[in-house]
Design a binder for this molecule. Sequence first.
Ligand code: TXA
Ligand code: MG
Length: 310
Amino acid sequence: MNNNLSNIKKSKLFLDKGECVAIPTETVYGLAANAYSNKATSKIFRLKKRPKKNPLITHYVNLKMLKEDCVLNDNFFKLYKKFCPGPITFILKLKKKSKISKNVTNNKKTLAIRFPKHQLTRKLLKKLNYPLAAPSANISSKISPVTKEDVIDELGKKIKFVLDGGRSRVGLESTIVNLIKKPQILRLGGIEISKINKVLKSKMKFNKKKKKIIMPGQNNVHYSPGIPIRLNIKKPKPDEAFILIKKRKLFGKNFYYLTKTKNLKEAAKKLYKTLRMIKKKNFKSISVEKIPNLGLGQAINDRLIRASKF
Ligand code: TXA
Ligand code: MG
């Protein structure tokens, strides 16, 4: 615990000086900087080689600071009550007087915000007098990190400090909901659409085409281990790594299973870890068994499809 406290203090020191620090969240690790500072946020883009036009998510610990930056509406309050802190991001209207850096929004009038659940990051946010802009702490288009070691694997010595919070519990990024007008799902993630629809009494589906227009920075290739991935495969080639949703009796050396019982939460948590592990083993390609397209399975399939566009 004391160790955690001194690490939080260290993180604050770096952040106050305008440096980037990697922070643990329940979804994936983030590469964080003071969201009010142009200088600090520009370092995020340089470090992870992110295109400038791709806006960042800003992380808050309570409504007080958020109210300074965004216009809040009824749908926001409904979802906030039910899911926050947790793996959900909201797109809201930016207030004119907001101090959010133009780097974070790509000069637009909307802001992506979320309340991460990880206790260390919440403690850190409580000590700061600014919110934290943080994309996932990977090199752009590569696999998101879910442990401190993954962050170092991605960013190496370029990162000043990683706040170690153990393994991310969800293992997939947050679900993004656009709340500017009629609610709309922009990215599948840690919270299933059906749960959001229940709260809003809506019937939203995930619409890929619309999403592309609203999220201009999103390129198609993403979450990529850097080798070809084939999906919905029943029989892998002999030299391929094979990802299975559930452990089998007949098991090969090149087989990697995501769960013991086909539990999709467990599969989501293990996905990025498994892709990273396979990449390290120097396989030339990966095949993946069909993953049920239900609940979190939809988010898993979304990531796999985009990883396969290598
Ligand atoms: O779980 C998560 O959301 C993680 C953790 C670290 O919080 N963060 C994360 O950030 O996944 P990133 O940068 O890897 O993905 C954020 C996505 C990007 O695709 C970006 O285009 C989109 O959010 N985005 C950011 N601001 C937006 C805005 N104002 N309107 C629409 N999309 C936005
Ligand atoms: Mg990312």
